[in-house]
Design a protein around this ligand. Sequence first.
Ligand code: PLP
Ligand code: COI
Length: 340
Amino acid sequence: MEKKNIDWGNLGFAYMETDKRYVSNYKNGKWDEGALISDAAVTISECACVLQYAQTCFEGLKAYTTEDGHIVTFRPDLNAERMVSSAKRLEMPVFPKERFVDAVAKVVEANEAYVPPFGSGATLYLRPYMFGSNAVIGVKPADEFQFRIFCTPVGPYFKGGVKPLTIRVSDFDRAAPCGTGDIKAGLNYAMSLHAIVSAHQEGYDENMYLDPKTRTKVEETGGANFLFVTKDNKVVTPKSDSILPSITRRSLIYVAKEYLGLEVEEREVFFDEVKDFAECGLCGTAAVISPVGKIVDHGKEICLPSGMTEMGTVTKKLYDTLTGIQMGRIEAPEGWIKVI
Ligand code: PLP
Ligand code: COI
């Protein structure tokens, strides 16, 4: 398979149209058989539920070229399961898990020429999503839906690759108590757009959201969960009902315990504790693990001891082990890697 002529090493996290995408339509209470198509455009009613009432959810996962030349995806079954939770919460039909995993494989296969080569630093990002497509004007769910997956080759989510980030505590909330923070609904991201634009304008890379009820506990950022490392090398990660259950985080917890022999605490993390941590990182499919060097709370700076030039030692070990598993350099736990 001849690869596309792309400057893999200099890709950012941006959309590039690729050859094929998967589409399945839901009508009269059932999904059609689905197909790969070439047209990248979506045509829907001006009054589609997604356009009026944001009835949409999505997922994100990556395909990798391993050292020995296979193409693999990482735990697509967990993305399928999370999309089931998102769909249920948004009154959308469930797209069956086996069909999700199969459609991911089809899209990767059909766009093999866009899967970045091993060692290029780039990956193929897959974006499954679903939306209410028929017209509704009263506030109610659609009864027709589209499930789609497109893919695009990407580089690092944050400019500068693995250079530590500076983030700030946001004055805006990301999710309400008993809201939709624990699902991957488009609406969660719509309401974070103003906060991210103003963070960037003020020179910050991301927002740290606190729990909306008490504003004393760390939640997550707009697109990743937090991992902290204590001065005695314990991994600490926030537990909350209003953050997205990150697949990367779940995997890193396992890696920390089972591969690196580290102690892990998944628990409420008070913002007051953050000043005492040794390392901080943002974890997610797009972010992988992006180290944080500085956290600013209304002018008060917390400088992590790991500094602004490189990843902390434990963060680096986690990063190397996880990416080693994903790229086939390190043996993966049973079921984590799906060869295409
Ligand atoms: N939190 C938010 C808000 C996200 O958008 C993401 C990205 O998917 C994550 C966390 C990380 O989740 P995952 O590791 O499953 O990609
Ligand atoms: C992902 O990591 O897959 C996401 O969906 C996060 C988004 C901010 C790109």
